[in-house]
Design a protein around this ligand. Structure first.
Ligand code: COI
Length: 355
């Protein structure tokens, strides 16, 4: 059991009202978890303290070379009052895979889980209960050495903050329009595409602005080598239902291995629904859209859950999906995943972890 020192706030903040629809990631709870790392000493001084600004040297390496990893998961309150995390082991495993890629020291998985549970427990009253809301949890590690040379830092901080949140997209469960990017790329194989780190998101901003200006919510990336194969959306993985089969790009090193992506594939398998992880070219997609074989498109992500897509645009080719509304498979996946997250549907073993 991780030994965590607790300093409670003496100045609790106003919580959002029960009926506040909430947006994503703007309000933060009363407390945060912090743990330090020093070479030779390892991870130490685990503590929960009032939510506060950080004190860092302006030379801290994270500001200059972006050595950081982050994760995203959610806590829910079930109708019978339990506090539930959805598959936290997957976030912990991915967090440590990102750490490895970024030369950040691994965090003991049991300590990671203890930290998550402890900080969620202390601010459990912040978990919103209105449908479509949850407590979004953002664990992250930053490199803190005050040094301007390029090398892995010798010191780090692991921090967990939490935000009562509504849907990631203002559209909620209404379908979004997505822009397929043909100018810039997000990641290449051998790079850091599979790691959850700020640089991947920073690389996406220029295209995101371009897509927004053209009236699209998000960018769908093509592979960085041939600029031909579908990769992911950045804030979510992408799925297509083509001729009755659910298809998603296979993991190739430049795609983020999403926890919701994995859950979608596991549910399809459980339901006996054909599902494939494979290469999908943008040509195949355009052809499927032309022939009517492209039945549904949806994104999957922790923040986005299941997000239906009703339009894809590639250059001048505008692909309209289905009748413009959420498709039946997308709806069933959304209902099942949120049902499991809220403890209303029994999911596969280990998917719901009680705090
Ligand atoms: C998440 O879904 O948790 C993410 O980290 C995506 C982020 C862009 C909000």
């Amino acid at each position: 059991m991780l030994d965590i020192r607790v300093e409670k706030t003496t100045n609790p903040k106003m919580k959002p009202a029960e009926d506040d629809p909430l947006t994503f990631g703007t309000i933060f709870t009363d407390h945060m978890f912090v743990m330090d790392y020093e070479e030779g000493k390892g991870w130490h001084d685990a503590r929960i303290v009032p939510f506060q600004d950080l004190k860092l040297s302006p030379a801290a390496m994270v500001f200059h070379y972006g050595q950081e990893m982050f994760e995203g998961l959610k806590a829910y309150r079930s109708k019978d009052g339990r506090v539930l995390l959805f598959r936290p082991d997957k976030n912990i495993e991915r967090g440590n895979n990102s750490n490895d890629r970024l030369c950040i020291p691994r965090i003991d998985p049991d300590d990671f889980l203890d930290a998550l549970k402890a900080v969620v427990k202390i601010d459990a009253d912040w978990i919103p209960t209105r449908p479509g809301t949850s407590l979004y949890i953002r664990p992250f590690v930053i490199a803190t050495d005050p040094f301007l040379g390029v090398r892995p830092s010798h010191t780090y901080q692991f921090i967990i903050i939490m935000s009562p949140s509504g849907p990631y997209y203002p559209e909620g469960l209404d379908p979004v329009k997505i822009w397929i990017e043909d100018e810039y790329v997000r990641a290449v194989r051998g790079g850091i595409g599979y790691a959850k780190t700020g640089g991947n998101y920073c690389a996406s901003l220029k295209s995101q602005v371009k897509a927004h200006d053209a009236g699209y919510s998000q960018v769908l990336w093509l592979d960085g080598v041939e600029r031909k194969y579908i990769e992911e959306v950045g804030a979510m993985n992408i799925f297509f239902k083509i001729n009755g089969t659910v298809v998603t790009p296979m993991l190739n090193g430049s795609i983020l291995p999403g926890v919701t992506r994995d859950s979608v594939l596991a549910l399809c398998k459980l339901w006996g629904m054909p599902a494939e992880e494979r290469k999908i070219s943008v040509d195949e997609l355009e052809e499927a859209a032309r022939s009517g074989a492209l039945e549904e498109v949806f994104g999957s992500g922790t923040a986005a859950v299941i997000s239906p897509v009703n339009e894809l645009r590639f250059g001048d080719d505008v692909m309209k999906i289905g009748d413009g509304n959420i498709g039946p498979v997308s709806q069933k996946l959304y209902d099942t995943i949120t049902g499991i997250q809220l403890g209303e549907i029994e999911g596969p073993a280990g998917w719901s972890v009680e705090v």
